[in-house]
Design a protein around this ligand. Structure first.
Ligand code: GDP
Length: 216
């Protein structure tokens, strides 16, 4: 199958459609298309980021109840009616109000997917800038570093802080990363974002463009 590359990421993100939701690996879509995963602690704003990125109000279901997104949601990025890449919205982790076995199931399916999915090219980690890169974020980053995928830390909800606190929190979060992580994986980047105010969208577009264009 031949696919036509669009002129820019902005163009292809205008045509994103829901493909399927599942946690069963037997039902995952085929691995012939590059995938970009979006992960993050529950309530960090993953669904909102996805909606903002794709300029759609309800592409990913945003909810005020943390932990509602329990499935792996696949979205097709289309160009001229061809599926050229996918965005994969993974279950949010760290949601306190679920029982241990449910939590373990989410975390196992999330980690399994990220460690084993062979067409995965990059991961966007959404984190709330007010308390960015908590233990679970760091654990995930650490577990995945040896895979050498692209990894972008997205500091969301930046509208909730003033400029000085924003800069300070970013610095503290980046400095909190164990040195081993940056040694293992030099493909880590970060940017500041606000889904509510649509801030940082073009920077995130550039990141995705690099990841997708790098696949030539
Ligand atoms: P998810 O659980 O990570 O998918 O989080 P959601 O996208 O459902 O967002 C959780 C809550 O945070 C919702 O009430 C959103 O409206 C809110 N939210 C998400 N992004 C932002 C942001 O950039 N700024 C602010 N102020 N609120 C946000």
């Amino acid at each position: 199958m031949t696919t036509t590359k669009p002129k820019s990421v902005e163009v292809f993100l205008q045509d994103v459609s829901f493909l399927k939701s599942t946690t069963n690996s037997d039902n995952f879509p085929p691995t012939n298309i590059p995938e970009i995963a979006i992960v993050g602690r529950s309530n960090a704003g993953k669904s909102s980021v996805l909606n903002t990125l794709c300029m759609r109000k309800q592409l990913a279901h945003t909810s005020k109840t943390p932990g509602k997104t329990q499935l792996i949601n696949f979205f097709s990025i289309n160009s001229n009616e061809n599926e050229i890449a996918r965005l994969v919205d993974l279950p949010g982790y760290g949601y306190a109000k679920v029982n241990k076995s449910t939590k373990k199931f989410w975390e196992d399916s999330l980690l399994n997917f990220l460690l084993k999915r062979r067409n995965l090219v990059g991961i966007i980690l959404v984190t709330d800038l007010r308390h960015a890169l908590g233990k679970l974020d760091q654990k995930l980053l650490f577990s995945l570093s040896p895979r050498m995928l692209y990894f972008h830390i997205l500091f969301n909800k930046s509208d909730k802080l003033n400029n000085a606190d924003r800069a300070r929190n970013v610095r503290v979060a980046i400095e909190s990363l164990p040195l081993e992580i940056s040694k293992i994986n030099r493909k880590i980047s970060y940017s500041v974002f606000s889904s509510t105010k649509k801030k940082g969208v073009s920077e995130l577009f550039s990141v995705l463009k690099l990841w997708i264009d790098g696949l030539d």
